[in-house]
Design a protein around this ligand. Structure first.
Ligand code: BF8
Length: 630
């Protein structure tokens, strides 16, 4: 349809920072496709009580809301105050996020067990060294034992930590002593993954405690069970099964889709099926079929964190981050979008109906009306993957060439910086990095993580903050959609060191690494924890003493709340740019942005302007440097 070119330009620039995304935003508008931005506009004005976190919809004496101006009603029907309502709401959100990460982790460990027992097909143990190292941490004897036996013992030991038999999460031992003592002192040492989440659900029920601070402390404990438990197990289990990432070069943005190949986009979070898709796409018979259908080949492209998992381990190009899922379909070039779970728009099948794209759902947990459901089970995942590739190949002739537009220039990028890879880039020890920090060449490091949110111009927060920090000689490590944003913007290239301050630039040039390091998917924020823990241990201090910061500039999800909370609970000051739904309770705001300093030597800040956020992070980093006497 005809749309005024000025309007198209202005609207697309408002929606996304990235030129290739802008191009397809314009196409989607011209094609009349409803996207997340149209839906956000239709929701205006959004509910003020909800935004402030002072509405409660837990029981049927309600729903209730509190007057934000101090008038009546001051209490819900049950008697809950604004503080209690806001604290329970945030715990509920956080527990949902922790559950999402940890349930993903559990599935990975289940596949590890089935692989060890010879019940899965196509899966192999790729990193035997890591298997042995992690098994050693669990006290599992590895000498003279077959890898299958070690993997079985490890998987069972990890699965026990989801329940309450052990009531102890082994991997928290990776945190420095001082940090663990801090947790113990304030009673937030996580006991097990599921236990903290179930207890969170218990605590948000009506009539289970009215002390908002007590509820928020449990939120920290729940988040720690995610970061040092479920998420860390997801990372370690995936590395053992699929390989620990090492630096690799690939491409990012919607330009990685190909005009002449069958395009399959892999979207979601769990690498279990997508790893089999990598094998299936190499199948000679399917490649031949693709040729017969007129395609040059089969092109896999990632999206969101499934994409991150694939690019970290296989260098598979990534089409984009969260707000790109509809845009990828709007290129008109996607034969199949495969989804596992999390961060998948429920309306994706409606978007797909505007083109020839088929959405294939693969998890029993994540079915979408209108999608073709081909369920992934470890014993038959490779066959399922082949079936999906065949479906995509057979769909290729249905592509309407008149409606295809693919941006021309994919951006080159580097990824694969697992904690092990960072250490090896440094020559096998953290000493050179610590020396650079002590010498002030690098002032500190910030983990930029999290999502896109249509309330912010796509990628603006990530890129502006990232550039500001590296300019100030602060190393940036990233995961999730933040890392994809940096990939699209060219910050994940060694050449981007030219944008850094003199000190950071010299270190990056010497090591031939970018000033922004892609450390993986959102569960791989556990890699950031490990990096911090290992540096703290070398210095014999706690993580809370290090010149570190965290930021989630465009966050939207409950998972991001859990990540932010375990950063803070681990002693890392963290800035959010989108306000969490707590501002109806000054007491909750005060505890989370100030009071926590007295408990974990870190707190949250909320700052919508990324340049000012960089100021806050720099200030904290300099203070921590002073504390260390450097
Ligand atoms: O887990 S950063 S939008 S894709 S929640 Fe989702 Fe947020 Fe992206 Fe990965 Ni993480």
């Amino acid at each position: 349809m005809y749309i005024d070119p000025e309007y198209l330009k202005e609207t697309s620039e408002k929606r996304s920072l990235d030129k290739t995304d802008q191009e397809i935003v314009q196409k989607a508008l011209q094609d009349g496709v409803e996207t997340v931005w149209e839906r956000l506009a239709k929701q205006q004005p959004q509910c003020g009580f909800g935004q402030l976190g002072i509405c409660c919809n837990r029981c049927v004496m309600g729903p209730c809301r509190i007057d934000p101006f101090g008038g009546e009603p001051k209490r819900a029907v049950c008697g809950a105050t604004r503080d209690l309502i806001a604290a329970r709401n945030i715990l509920d959100d956080l527990a949902t996020g922790a559950a999402a990460h940890s349930d993903h982790g559990r599935e990975v460990i289940e596949v590890l067990l089935e692989t060890a027992e010879g019940k899965s097909r196509g899966y192999r143990i790729m990193d035997v060294d890591k298997l042995k190292a992690v098994a050693g941490e669990y006290g599992i004897e590895t000498q003279g034992k077959k890898k299958a036996a070690i993997a079985k013992a490890l998987a069972l030991a990890m699965l026990e930590e989801f329940g309450t038999v052990k009531n102890r999460i082994q991997l928290i031992q990776r945190a420095p002593d001082k940090t663990r003592e801090m947790w113990k002192r304030i009673g937030i040492t996580p006991r097990s993954v599921d236990r903290e989440i179930v207890e969170a659900m218990h605590r948000v029920h009506m009539g289970v405690g009215a002390d908002y601070a007590n509820i928020l402390l449990h939120a920290l404990r729940t988040s720690l069970s995610d970061g040092w438990g479920g998420s860390m197990m997801a990372t370690e289990g995936s590395d053992i099964l699929f390989g620990t990432p090492a630096p690799t070069t690939t491409h990012a943005n919607l330009g990685v889709l190909k005009k002449d190949a069958v395009n399959i986009v892999l979207h979601g979070h769990n690498p279990i099926l997508s790893e089999m898709m990598v094998l299936a796409a190499e199948d000679a018979a399917l490649k031949k079929l693709a040729k017969e259908k007129g395609a040059r080949g089969i092109n896999l492209a990632g999206m969101c964190c499934t994409g991150n998992e694939l690019l970290m381990r296989h260098g598979i190009p990534i089409a984009g981050n969260e707000l790109d899922q509809e845009l990828a379909i709007a290129t008109g070039s996607v034969e199949v979008m495969v989804i596992d779970y999390q961060c998948i728009f429920p309306s994706l099948t409606d978007t797909a109906k505007c083109y020839h794209t088929q959405v294939v759902s693969t998890s029993e947990k994540s079915k979408i009306p209108g999608a073709t459901h081909l369920e992934c089970h470890p014993e038959s995942a490779l066959d399922t993957a082949r079936e999906i590739v065949k479906l995509a190949v057979e769909n290729f002739p249905h592509r309407d060439l008149q409606r295809v537009r693919i941006p021309e220039k994919p951006m080159k990028m580097m990824a694969g910086f697992s904690e092990e890879a960072v250490r090896s880039a440094l020559g096998g020890s953290y000493k050179p990095l610590i020396d650079a920090i002590v010498a002030g060449k690098i002032r500190g490091a910030v983990g930029i993580v999290g999502c896109n949110n249509p309330k912010v111009q796509q990628d603006y927060g990530h890129i502006t903050l990232g550039k500001e920090l590296i300019k100030r000689d602060i190393l940036v490590v990233e995961t999730g959609c933040a890392a994809i944003a940096s990939g699209k913007a060219g910050l994940l290239l060694p050449e981007a060191a030219g944008l850094a301050g003199d000190g950071l630039r010299s270190v990056c040039e010497a090591l031939k690494v970018p000033p922004v390091l892609h450390m993986g998917s959102c569960v791989d924020c556990s890699r950031i924890l490990m990096l911090a823990a290992n540096i703290a241990k070398e210095l014999n201090v706690g993580i809370e003493d290090l010149p570190l910061g965290g930021a989630a500039p465009e966050w939207y999800s409950q998972k991001a709340i859990s990540i932010g909370a375990y950063f803070v609970a681990s002693g890392v000051f963290t800035v959010l740019d989108i306000p969490p739904k707590i501002f109806g309770s000054p007491e909750v705001v005060n505890l989370l942005t100030a009071g926590l300093n007295g408990l974990v030597n870190a707190a949250f800040a909320v700052e919508p302007d990324p340049v000012k956020a960089a100021d806050l992070l720099e200030e904290v980093i300099e203070k921590k440097r002073q504390g260390l006497g450097i």
